[in-house]
Write a protein that binds this ligand. Sequence first.
Ligand SMILES: Cc1cc2nc3c(=O)[nH]c(=O)nc-3n(C[C@H](O)[C@H](O)[C@H](O)COP(=O)(O)OP(=O)(O)OC[C@H]3O[C@@H](n4cnc5c(N)ncnc54)[C@H](O)[C@@H]3O)c2cc1C
Length: 355
Amino acid sequence: MRDFGGMIERTPAAVVRPSSARDVAAAVRDVPGIVARGLGHSSAGQSLADAGVIDMRGLASVHEVRDGTVTAGAGITWRELLDATLPHRLTPPVLTDHLDLTVGGTLSAGGIGGASHVHGTQAANVRALEVVTPAGEIVTCSASERAALFDAVRGGMGRHGVITRVTLPLVRAPEYVLSYRARLATAAELIQAQYDLRADHVAGQFKAGGYEIRAVLYEGTSPPAGMRPDEVEEIPYLDFADRMRPDVAELRALGEWERPHPWATLLLPAARAAPFIETTLDAITPADLGTSGVVIVKRFSPGWVPMLRAPSDTVLFGLLRTASPGCRPAGEMSAANQVLHERVAALGGAPYPPR
Ligand SMILES: Cc1cc2nc3c(=O)[nH]c(=O)nc-3n(C[C@H](O)[C@H](O)[C@H](O)COP(=O)(O)OP(=O)(O)OC[C@H]3O[C@@H](n4cnc5c(N)ncnc54)[C@H](O)[C@@H]3O)c2cc1C
């Protein structure tokens, strides 16, 4: 069995597909070292173990959408959750860029999205959780009930318990969004603009030798104050939320989706991020990133998720590498990532997902 990183292979002695929290509890008690697996989109083997794997997709039901919240099994994907809430004109406040990740998987990582500058991480937007503890007990927790466990499992990468059920807040979903893009010359401008612009969703990328900012409004008819966009689009909300679908289809068709992905996703203190990003990108060639490599830059505040160890004003700098044919091999990309991780730690930053 592999994960999205494609560099670590494990042969789990058992794969348990639970249909209840009790099944998860039995697996945790009976198989020491067993780990939860959502869709295996983490890339450093975190969802793999020789001892065994709990396939959380067995717990993917929506239990209720009521009073501005949704309660569902933790193995549900953000796509399936959105399918259940949109008929009520409601949406989770923060969605990941890719919707085919499990809710339990991203709450265990942190869950950073284009709306995290407004709402924090997905892990900071949780009303209550049902958790199977490492001792195999089934308990509920929230900010006011077993708060230490609640803080340990959000961003805990499954090490402090398996999340089996989630209750999440919802906000009003817009019907359409207005999306604006503009080119910027430097990382410093991009990071400052992400702070200054009043928009519901803000994201940044490095492409074609320059920076691009995307600011999206859920209401309103003109660009955010201070922005001079090069491109404007009006998009139905669901298409916007599912914007990665065509790219994923193309990457699958090209074979790039199945190749090794030595991703480096780094959480930097915002005040020190721009020089780090510019120096790193100055030294990077297309062969270091791969044919379909992507560079993302997103400023946000994580909210109260202590396990994430993110600075309170964070810039996520993602070098989403693919070891494509003709580019640097995966091992060399991973070694380059290791150097970056050490430099980021010295700056007071942290890796994402947390280690
Ligand atoms: C194409 C792509 C796009 C991505 N986009 C984003 C993004 O926009 N924002 C973002 O924050 N991240 C993003 N990620 C990273 C992703 O969020 C994390 O890797 C996340 O953990 C993946 O969810 P998953 O369901 O695949 O979890 P897995 O990779 O299966 O699991 C991740 C970790 O959580 C543990 N775990 C899984 N389920 C549970 C559970 N129910 N209870 C306790 N522990 C559990 C696992 O043991 C493992 O340690 C992306 C990754 C890919 C490949």
